[in-house]
Design a binder for this molecule. Structure first.
Ligand SMILES: NC(=O)c1ccc[n+]([C@@H]2O[C@H](COP(=O)([O-])OP(=O)(O)OC[C@H]3O[C@@H](n4cnc5c(N)ncnc54)[C@H](OP(=O)(O)O)[C@@H]3O)[C@@H](O)[C@H]2O)c1
Length: 290
């Protein structure tokens, strides 16, 4: 990936950091994004040292609010003539419904609106090179029904782990599929990657009340075992690195890939055009103007 520039959100820790490491190893210039400037700088320095690639840098921005995303896009535009890869990796989870500074439900903001808005804000840079690639990261168990009257959990928030998380990751897939269609013929591709499980700060920080009652007695054991089984984060970063860099997927757009980089069918709810319309209209209303 020498000569290519990649922006990876949520790359100061967890799977995003490993994805950034993978891209840096392949020779790309990598811009890491996290909220805390010092943490972001430290992560960039660590990756530069480990990979021997000095073109690893950082920008601090909160991608759950529009002001933060505008700031991020402006900082990237100042530094880079073009962006070849945008990986929308930020993920959040939690047991209670929260809203961002913009009044948007936080998981919807992080998983759906941020990938929509950042793609739109960085589109001039993604179009500048030959074939910009947008990779959106899904998670949990995506693929259930999309509740159009509950996209931001305004009617009902099931805080138990992964209920609304899964919902917003499925909504992300619908938004991505539609974005790929909107960008058809532009040279910019949009795909979705499923990483698979990893022992990361997001999972480690989940409180016990985030788990369903029946599951709670085994949570302490699971928390002990998970680092042993899922501590190697190079595995869950594989699908995003593949979609970002592999020649095999050049020109492929509007597709969904699993943790082993295999193309998978979209879930039925994501294929519903009326659902995609409603999701798209909400993103247009909440996101930056074209
Ligand atoms: N872990 C898993 O088992 C798993 C499984 C399937 C899918 N996924 C998905 O994979 C992705 C990465 O997950 P992860 O578990 O690696 O997460 P993580 O370890 O918690 O890392 C999250 C990253 O996002 C950054 N971040 C969080 N909120 C942000 C915000 N508002 N603005 C900018 N940066 C923000 C954090 O940086 P700062 O704290 O420095 O801001 C950190 O770099 C997510 O989309 C997740 O849903 C994870």
């Amino acid at each position: 990936m020498r000569g290519k520039t990649a922006v990876v959100t949520g790359s100061t820790a967890g799977i995003g950091k490993e994805t950034a490491r993978g891209l840096a190893r392949l020779g790309a210039r990598v811009v890491l994004v996290g909220r805390d400037p010092e943490r972001a700088r430290r992560a960039a320095a660590e990756l530069a040292r480990d990979t021997g690639n000095e073109q690893v840098e950082s920008v601090a921005a909160d991608v759950t609010c529009l002001a933060g995303m505008r700031e991020l896009a402006a900082r990237v535009a100042e530094r880079c003539d073009g962006v070849d890869v945008l990986i929308n990796n930020v993920g959040v989870n939690g047991p209670v419904r929260q809203e961002t500074a913009d009044g948007v439900e936080t998981m919807f903001a992080a998983h759906v609106l941020a990938p929509f808005a950042l793609t739109r804000l960085l589109l001039p840079l993604l179009r500048a090179g030959a074939g910009g690639r947008v990779v959106n990261i899904t998670g949990g168990i995506p693929g259930g029904p999309i509740e159009l009257d509950n996209l931001q959990a305004e009617r009902r928030f099931l805080g138990w782990t992964f209920t609304h998380y899964n919902h917003t990751k499925t909504i992300l897939m619908a938004m991505s599929r539609r974005f790929a269609r909107v960008l058809e013929g532009s040279g910019v591709t949009v795909n979705v990657a499923y990483p698979g499980h990893g022992d990361t700060p997001m999972n480690r920080s989940l409180p016990i009340r985030a788990f369903p009652y029946a599951y709670r007695p085994v949570v302490p054991v699971v928390k002990l075992v998970v680092p042993l089984l899922f501590g190697d984060l190079s595995k869950p970063s594989r699908s995003s690195v593949h979609l970002a860099g592999s020649a095999e997927v050049a020109g492929v757009s509007g597709a969904y890939f699993d943790q082993r980089c295999r193309r998978r069918p979209w879930p039925a709810s994501v294929l519903d055009e009326r659902t995609c319309d409603v999701v798209w209209e909400l993103c247009e209303r909440l996101g930056p103007a074209r």
